[in-house]
Design a binder for this molecule. Structure first.
Ligand code: ZN
Length: 470
């Protein structure tokens, strides 16, 4: 442990950012470590290394060894260092350290039972709690409508609960080895800080490899080509790399971090963010961000959906790629319905991802924001129900749907009817086709009033389809 000397040049400082994972298996592929240097005095920060391949325990050992060698080290970790203050008080814990000790013993039991305040496993709904968030979680500005998740939520994409609970062991062990953990401890090195990569990357569409590459070229133009390619190779690598680079850029501020004085912050911790004036602003319009032109977000949705549906085919005789269907629905909305609303068009492209691929609502929210997620959820059938029930519910729920969802439904039916007539599924009988038309008519009846152009098109096509079937 060395005391911080103010005159020390921050360019001696090593900065590591870790994109953490609480995954039970495969964590070695998901945990990425990036080390960066420099970045002060006008220079661009550089990536020294960017790698994955270590388990949680191996990361812990690695950090201990690194600090042994060179203690002038600051490490950013992207999970919640504590839980809301009421939880600590309820368990009669007076410091975050006591929570880490408790979590080291109890985390696996909490995760397995998933009893309130924890939630998120199948059948374990969000309970009513004094608060789901720490103050620092609630204080983070929404970045492209993505916000920190509740540390009590232990499953679902973007949820931090599992990673945080399993990460508390690391905090305890490093703290035992005399590391300082901000903002709980007095300043010193080596130092651990909590980061939230979204706050550092801004609203980039992280699921898109192209958007990641563009962002890196824009924000870190001097990054070596090989590093840039590696950093763009996955969203975990991207988060680690960008976080390390931003931390290095703010190395001077990191050396000035002080212990919290506020009693709530001393219990709950705080997400580090760049100081005012040099913050990585969510509204800054980088290529591939949600701000500015709607095209990047739309193209990103297209790329995302194409990847998700890559092994699926339509039922028609040509067995055409499945992605043709969502594209056709978006095209009907734009061309027939004269829709230019980017949320609705993105949702059209993504409308079958939750229902027909392994995509969770949380993943959609992470990549495309809460509105797109909510809209796709609105048009997603509950696949745990028998098909008959699902079909009945579509009719019953249609009138209560949002205006956007109604338009999406009508466009979906227009597209499907066109397929049934033009490229009929090979195993469908005439009877089945007629039944589909009757059912679609009833669903659309509940969607009327949302978009006259779409409704008229549907009526014309339905009439023609009935004539064609005879
Ligand atoms: Zn569809």
């Amino acid at each position: 442990m060395v005391a911080i000397e103010r005159q020390r040049s921050s360019s001696d400082l090593r900065v590591i950012a870790i994109d953490w994972s609480g995954a039970k298996s495969g964590a070695r592929r998901k945990i990425w470590l990036a080390e960066a240097r420099g970045g002060r005095d006008g220079g661009e920060p550089e990536i020294v290394r960017l790698e994955c391949g270590r388990s949680r325990r191996e990361i812990e050992r690695h950090l201990l060894e690194e600090a042994e060698r060179e203690p002038e080290l600051i490490v950013g970790l992207d999970y919640a260092f504590s839980l809301p203050a009421w939880f600590l008080r309820e368990h009669e814990l007076t410091t975050a350290r006591e929570l880490w000790q408790l979590a080291a013993r109890e985390a696996e039991t909490w995760l397995e039972r998933c009893e309130p305040p924890f939630w998120g496993r199948p059948g374990k709904r969000r309970p009513a709690l004094p608060s789901h968030f720490r103050r620092t979680d609630a204080d983070v500005p929404s970045v492209g409508s993505v916000r920190p998740k509740s540390p009590f939520q232990i499953t679902g994409a973007g949820s931090v609960g599992t990673g945080s609970l399993r990460g508390m062991t690391l905090l305890r062990r490093l703290s035992d080895a005399d590391w300082r953990v901000w903002p709980f401890d007095a300043p010193g090195l080596p130092l651990l800080i909590e980061i939230y990569p979204r706050l550092l990357t801004g609203a980039v569409v992280k699921s898109s490899p192209k958007a990641r590459a563009q962002y890196l070229a824009w924000r870190f133009p001097e990054l070596a080509e090989g590093r840039r390619r590696l950093a763009a190779s996955s969203d975990d690598a991207f988060d680690a790399a960008v976080s390390a680079l931003e931390l290095a850029r703010h190395a001077g501020d990191l050396l000035d971090l002080e212990q919290a004085t506020d009693p709530v912050e001393l219990l709950e911790g705080r997400i580090w963010r760049p100081g005012p004036g040099e913050a990585v602003l969510p509204e800054r319009s980088a290529p591939g961000t949600a701000a500015g032109s709607p095209l990047p977000a739309l193209l990103s949705a297209l790329e995302y959906a194409a990847e998700k549906h890559r092994d699926q085919r339509r039922k028609g005789p040509e067995a055409s790629p499945y992605i043709n269907h969502p594209i056709s629905v978006a095209r009907v909305l734009a061309e027939v319905g004269e829709v230019s609303d980017p949320i609705l068009l993105q949702a059209a492209i993504l409308h079958d991802t939750i229902e027909d691929t392994r995509t969770t609502p949380g993943e959609l929210e992470e990549s495309f924001g809460a509105e797109v997620r909510a809209l796709v959820e609105e048009v997603t059938d509950d696949k745990s129900l028998p098909k008959k029930v699902r079909k009945r519910l579509q009719i019953e729920h249609a009138p209560g749907r949002s205006l956007r969802a109604k338009q999406l439904k009508i466009a979906d039916k227009i597209s499907n009817i066109a397929d049934i007539i033009g490229r009929p599924p090979t195993d469908w009988t005439l009877e089945r086709k007629r039944e589909y038309l009757d059912w679609a008519e009833r669903v659309v009846a509940g969607c009327r009033g949302a978009n006259r152009l779409l409704e008229e098109c549907f009526d014309r096509n339905l009439l023609e389809a009935r004539e064609a079937l005879g």
